[in-house]
Design a protein around this ligand. Sequence first.
Ligand SMILES: Nc1ncnc2c1ncn2[C@@H]1O[C@H](COP(=O)(O)OP(=O)(O)OP(=O)(O)O)[C@@H](O)[C@H]1O
Ligand SMILES: [Mg+2]
Length: 366
Amino acid sequence: MNTSSNDAAFVEFERVQKSYDGEALVVKDLNLSLPKGEFLTMLGPSGSGKTTCLMMLAGFETATHGDIRLDGKSINNIPPHKRGIGMVFQNYALFPHMTVAENLSFPLEVRKIGKSEREEKVKRALDMVQMGDFAGRRPAQLSGGQQQRIALSRALVFEPELVLMDEPLGALDKQLRETLQFEITNLAHDLGITTVYVTHDQTEALTMSDRVAVFDDGRIQQLAPPDQLYEAPENSFVAQFIGENNTLEGVVKEINNDRALVQLDGGGLIDAKPVNVSKVGERTRVSIRPERVEYNKDRLSADAHTLNAEVLEFIYMGDIFRTRLRVAGRDDFVIKTRNAPDQVRLKPGQQIEIGWLAEDCRALDA
Ligand SMILES: Nc1ncnc2c1ncn2[C@@H]1O[C@H](COP(=O)(O)OP(=O)(O)OP(=O)(O)O)[C@@H](O)[C@H]1O
Ligand SMILES: [Mg+2]
């Protein structure tokens, strides 16, 4: 198998910057490279520059600096309709005066495709999103989810190699969103389409994507597959933004390659993996996931450091127990424990000792 052609960059951002007012940069030195067929999601808070990046790729905005390439060719000077990109936006309205079939046929007419081939492609695109029975309706006669399905099939009907989607499911209810998340990823993978998807819903990003680019303040903070983002955040922003996370602040007391000893501001010493710290005396925020905290001492190594904690709240959730603790002067420390026959159920007011494996606790930037 020739993997090199699969790995070659299909979409590339190289040192891309964008300013709307000639002063403030809303995209700062963006580098990003997607191989063909990848499903990449841009995830980040409001105003972090996601839509701007998508608009530059689509050709509705131009980069102030840097280069954007599609299949190795610079597209800076190619107008949007010549880029061959399919697009679905949250408010990318269907043409209201056209039927569903006419809406889908339109991008094919623009591309000068003959009538019989058009009809065939429209039918296939509608069947793909299970909307074959709705060809004769107008958009106003469809529900929000059905309209979004049509918008999706309109973006795919001309078989683009690249599809851009900006919060396409934002306006839909939870159940429909989950159904369509599944349909979109299946379609994209089955058709071998390269997709850049924008959302600020982290569950959506984690469940749909091959890789996620976490944006903040015009920069990619981390670009990684979903499991790596959750398990190995590279900085405090990503640790806080992805999933539930406990944060404690302190100072590095001792450090070697794979273990740092951190003196917590609220009292206590803990073990952590040095990620963004390199020397004694440095301030750090340590990050530990709720399911990696142990209160059963048998599960900790003999030399592990432990912290005293007071149980504030114990919630039985069926599959897990969720316990809120007072730890090192904070009362928002959460642990999650799998429900098992031998697992101790805690009570509010109870004093316990908690600990973890050094490799599960990450010493990040302060
Ligand atoms: N046309 C424009 N003119 C001037 N400033 C703009 C324009 N579009 C966006 N901005 C600014 O650029 C920054 C990034 O906006 P962008 O729309 O890319 O963010 P976003 O990550 O998509 O946010 P959201 O999640 O809210 O959609 C924001 O500060 C925004 O106010
Ligand atoms: Mg946006």
